[in-house]
Design a protein around this ligand. Structure first.
Ligand code: SIN
Length: 299
């Protein structure tokens, strides 16, 4: 039986009693969706999945975005991306610096990200301590505690999100092996515009949907004012009281809600301390369909 145990934190729960390598019943999917809305980040321990099983589980939530570069994906299941600092025969086997700053996935697309699904295959350790944690921030709480005057000012505001911002910032980091994007790749990822405050499709509550990784401009404000307001939003949403740290174990499947949380993968491990994650990035194409959530939760 599916069991949800909440963390003693602003986000997160552990789910047991379900085998993700097998097709999920509608009842278990409903339980998982409900927990995702309530807790934002869900850990399923002890589930080392084959790529096809990771893809099939992820597909329950929506369509999967494949990589822009066509690199670092599973040879047989291209929906599964490889995130890793492992180098074999002089060649990296995965994207080494994925997600290593605050962001939420796919806010740069018209169809934003809904969930990420990560499966931990190797977790670096030093002196017995796991490294490469992923930290999350709760955007329901960030919205609810935002200064009322700022809430009113931004009530109908929109923000532009740009894929290039995160990519270019990562390229500038010392030792980065990310190649600059080609003009053709940039053209495939034009900026997107989303409301700064969104109604979350599962909870029906408002979230702050703006993140330092991709948001570049509040469209209704002058450039100068937009810069000031964005800095204020970024500082607020990353206050310690909204944060939850996930410490990885091999076999964890972690799913998180990209609409209601931000995340940051901590690069506190060295080149010989190997981390290997397999990832599916699921788009919010089904979750905003009028009856998807209603029907799923009714099971
Ligand atoms: C991501 O941002 O999807 C990667 C997070 C991680 O590797 O912990």
């Amino acid at each position: 039986m599916l069991t949800v145990t909440n963390n003693d934190s602003v986000l997160g729960a552990t789910i047991t009693g379900v085998d993700l390598s097998r097709p999920l019943s509608d009842k278990d999917f409903a339980g998982i969706l409900r927990a995702l809305g309530e807790r934002g980040v869900l850990r399923f321990p002890g589930q080392l999945l084959e790529p096809a099983a990771l893809r099939d589980f992820s597909l329950r939530f929506g369509s999967i975005q494949t990589t822009l570069t066509g690199k670092f994906q599973d040879a047989n299941v291209p929906e599964v991306g490889i995130l890793s600092n492992i180098v074999e025969n002089g060649q990296p086997i995965g994207l080494a610096d994925a997600g290593q700053d605050w962001h939420t996935d796919m806010s740069y697309r018209d169809t934003m990200g809904f969930v990420n699904v990560l499966n931990a295959h190797q977790v670096p350790h030093r002196d017995g301590k796991p490294l490469g944690n992923t930290v999350f921030a709760n955007m329901h709480a960030a919205y609810e505690t935002l200064d009322p005057a700022l809430k009113e000012k931004l009530a109908n505001a929109t923000a532009t999100h740009d894929f290039n911002k995160f990519w270019d910032n990562m390229c500038k980091r010392p030792g980065s092996t990310r190649p600059p994007l080609t003009a053709e790749q940039r053209a495939k990822r034009p900026p997107s515009v989303h409301p700064v405050f969104m109604t979350h499709p599962i909870t029906g509550r408002k979230v702050l949907y703006c993140n330092p990784g991709y948001a570049i401009r509040i469209n209704e404000l002058s450039e100068a004012e937009s810069d000031v307001v964005l800095e204020a939003l970024f500082a607020h949403q990353l206050e310690a009281r909204f944060l939850h740290t996930h410490v990885w174990s091999v076999g964890d499947v972690l799913i998180w809600d990209n609409i209601g949380t931000l995340h940051n993968a901590l690069p506190d491990y060295g080149p010989n301390e190997h981390r290997l994650m397999k990832r599916c990035q699921v788009m919010a194409d089904r979750v905003f369909q009028s009856d998807f959530i209603q029907r799923a939760l009714a099971a």
